[in-house]
Ligand binder design. Sequence first.
Ligand code: SF4
Length: 563
Amino acid sequence: MPHVITQACCNDASCVFACPVNCIHPTPDEPDFATSEMLYIDPDACVDCGACVRACPVDAIVPHTKVVTEQLPFLDINRSFYPERPQGVKLPPTSKLAPVLPAAELHQRGKYPLTVAIVGSGPAAMYAADELLTQQGVLVNMFEKLPTPYGLVRAGVAPDHQRTKLATRLFDEISWRRGFQFFLNVEVGRHVSHADLLQHHHAVLYASGALHDRRLEIEGMGLAGTGTATEIVGWYNGHPEFTGLPVDLSHERVVIVGNGNVALDVARILTSDPDRLVHTDIADYALAALRDSAVSEVVIVARRGPASSAFTLPELVGLTQTAEVVLDAHDHARVREDLATVQDNLTRQKLEILTKLGDASAPITRPRIRLAYELTPGRVLGQQRCTAVEFTVMGTDQVQRIDAGMVLSSIGYHGTPIADLPFDDNAGVVPNKGGRVIDPQTGQRVPGAYVSGWIKRGTNGFIGSNKSDSLKTIQTLAADYNAGLLTEPIAGPRAVARMVHAQQPDVIDAAGWKIIDKAEIARGAAQDRPRVKFTRVADMLDEVKDHSDLPLLQNMLGALRRS
Ligand code: SF4
């Protein structure tokens, strides 16, 4: 098997289009692409050219000769995506090459070049900018609430998944392109309004994600010690809004309700040997708290059975290689029952891994993770602080109590409304057609407003899934521009910088972000870490002010002149 895709796969699909023999699937035009946990190389069709390795933004593809021990399961995982056939027999070719989604084409109109404001700076925002900037002369202004860009890649990916964070290399490269400008530390809806942006741009594209967890609505959620897994992710990743989270690890057990990848991440970090994390970019205060932690078990609880586990196969493989994961005897029995009847290959592979887990009755010798199934949360117990959770065993009246000093929910995200745009509260998305925002009352387009990423399609997919999603939004936006449906900005490109600076003097531009980035990397280098993050906005601003030779506005205007 010449090449293999491994755990870090981000589903960006750049490799698909780089492959000369179309042996990486699913491709973005195939129906299972949107739900696929990763992409897979057909071992019998791969001709070992290495083109995909160079295309992958997160270094997830390796030749089989360089597969390291923990990547070995991915040989089978790649192979088993394809139907069994006699050795050497290739699949009938569907097409010579994967069909590349056509790039948006612009026909210049009006006085100013197409100028687009993008709100948010995570993967959906960066991929949208990437697509827009393939067109000559287009201007992209990116607005981000924090002084640092890249959204969940910086503040959501677990610190021990540094390879996934390599996507920032691609994002840096996009942000250096002619026509791109950062307006960081600027909150849309606070410092500038949707109307302000629309006046200065042909279009405003929201790629601000789905920031909030769905809440677990049971009695006792709200006691000290309860919260969401995402808050803990923000805390250990040094997100300024979660730096002050009162995280108390002076107890033995944490319960997480919900068993998706975020739950696995949090459980893995809370049970990790701090020495394993010491060379990552985890926040210093979080590392110190983990060193003092008394937590010896994190229980990840799911309402449904093992076959319905929400975590992905690559994450389960990674988890079992780095943490001690156990099951109770009755859950082992449930796994065996599910394995006897399972139909689909992916679930079978997950169940096979679960059958090999240790038994929870063994004494706890180091912090561990217990997966528990078929338990419905009833209420959290405690006076001021939580002390336990009561569950009902599925299909019975039996109540099971699990003692815990921290209870976290991890049952998915929900988008939050965006000022001045319609919102579908049930779906947690901005109503849209192909990324074009639609007013549900009238069925008409909301002039100049577009969405991409989770706020467009809901909370599904991985970092790279946003690439094809953003491309589709940009195709829609370009069609509207070509049809003359977008209004010209009221003034030229420099007016945006003046407007923003008047309303938020502490705006950070690309030069400012570079100062923060360089300082974090330098702080990290001294400790053999990729970076030591600033976790307070004030410290980030001080760093920029201390190292800027020019006032921020001059920096920004200088960048404009260069563009
Ligand atoms: Fe395709 Fe070449 Fe990568 Fe094999 S090594 S999957 S042939 S691009």
